[in-house]
Ligand binder design. Structure first.
Ligand code: ADP
Ligand code: MG
Length: 399
């Protein structure tokens, strides 16, 4: 477990200026946010700092302005959404350092919130320029990072600031790091990993990292087709990366040596066309896929067997749906195994951690998002963590 300071380690911060990195990169439509999950996630940290009497300056990026001011990418566009979630007025400050910010800080009362402009308007942010970071650090007394989703980037406000000021993990960051540690850092064994999704090529590093760390590697989705093909199964028209057969075999060998059981489906759901409830829909053994069919989900027998595997495990980490879950009935396996995992979690026998853009959507579709121990919405940072990489934003918080 990494050692980082949390808000519990803050002394008296009355009147002190907190530089708080949050994720406000909200999906927008017609000038307002379509999803405020990220603000909800940062809310406890923001309000706790306010309650402690700090003047809270929010630092965030918004879109990809590439080091230039962009009228459409100012953080002022999310000010209203942030105010609504917090139930509190905030002051927009159209800079990140210098006299304008100093003046604003002079106006803010203890417990007030200022929203600085898009940190990526300045090239020093993504370049992690020490002068840029020092300029921001000059206005604050301490730094809090609550943006795990940006922790895989070594940018000035995600990494640089942590070296210049006393640095703390915010509550959302703290919860994320604890959950990830419980899932892969220091998990209760046996551990199962579900890796699904479309392509092996996007998750090679994930697979390679997991084979050395988990007892059961469950492979589903389009990725399973590549593994099946590598074992000599004819997968017909399925999404399959035939050129990665060698890589898939290497991963299976590595798993063998590490004592990790690789689970591939033995029955699958196939169709001749990719559409909702197609007439050609059928379930068959993996060895019975016709040359004009494609595998779009793993089969019910496989799901039942995988449920039995989960019952023997104490920890589950899950990235990637088991089938083309956006189209019925190819969501069946994902929904069924997600429900089993959720029930085991609620019974207290399983710690379950999941992440990935489509995975979060699939768990929400299954209605079990809140029944897992932790569901990460961090996207890229979550995947890099599954790859076993050290995240610069997290490493910088470690003291
Ligand atoms: P995540 O975003 O959770 O990391 P991915 O992006 O890797 O997940 O994969 C999700 C996609 O994989 C979904 O769009 C899903 O439709 C697709 N997929 C899963 N199984 C199959 C399959 N058998 N054939 C084609 N696509 C599949
Ligand atoms: Mg995806």
């Amino acid at each position: 477990m990494s050692h980082f300071k949390t808000l519990d380690d803050l002394g008296d911060v009355t009147g002190k200026v907190a530089l708080l990195r949050v994720d406000l990169n909200l999906p927008m439509k017609d000038g307002s946010a379509t999803d405020v999950t990220r603000v909800e996630a940062a809310k406890p940290t923001i309000l706790e700092l306010c309650d402690k009497g700090a003047k809270v300056l929010l630092l965030a990026h918004f879109g990809r302005p590439r080091g230039q001011r962009h009228s459409t990418m100012s953080t002022s566009f999310v000010q209203g959404d942030v105010e609504e979630v917090l139930g509190k007025e905030i002051m927009f400050i159209p800079e990140v350092m210098g006299p304008v910010v100093e003046q604003a800080v002079g106006i803010l009362r203890d417990g007030d919130i200022g929203l600085l402009d898009n940190v990526r308007f300045w090239p020093g942010e993504e370049a992690n320029d020490p002068d840029f970071a020092r300029g921001i650090a000059a206005i604050g007394d301490f730094y809090v990072n609550d943006a795990f989703s940006a922790a895989h980037r070594a940018h000035a406000t995600t990494e640089g600031l942590a070296h210049l000021l006393p640095a703390y993990a915010g509550r959302a960051m703290e919860a994320e790091l604890k959950a990830l540690d419980a899932a892969l850092g220091n998990p209760e064994q046996p551990v199962a990993a579900v890796v699904g999704g479309a392509k092996v090529s996007t998750k090679l590093d994930v697979l390679q990292n997991l084979v050395g760390r988990v007892q059961h590697l469950i492979i589903g989705g389009g990725m399973a087709n590549t593994f099946l093909a590598a074992r000599g199964v004819d997968v017909g028209q399925s999404l399959c990366e035939h050129d990665l057969a060698g890589t898939a075999r290497t991963i299976m060998d590595e798993a063998d040596h590490a004592g990790c059981t690789v689970h591939l489906p033995y029955d699958v759901v196939v169709a001749q066309q990719f559409a909702a409830n197609p007439p050609s829909l059928r379930t068959c053994n993996v060895h019975e896929v016709a040359s004009n069919e494609m595998i779009l989900d793993i089969g019910p027998q496989a799901v039942e067997a995988l449920g039995d595997v989960l019952k023997t495990c104490r920890t589950l980490v899950w990235n990637g749906p088991l089938g083309a879950f956006e189209t019925e009935p190819f969501d069946a396996a994902t929904v069924a195994l997600a429900k089993t995992a959720a029930a085991l979690t609620q019974d207290g026998s399983l710690t379950s951690v999941a992440g990935g853009g489509d995975t979060v959507a699939a768990l929400a579709h299954a209605g079990v998002k809140d029944d897992f121990t932790f569901v990460s919405t961090a996207g890229g940072a979550f995947l890099e963590w599954m790859e076993g990489k050290e995240l610069p934003g997290v490493a910088a918080l470690n003291s």
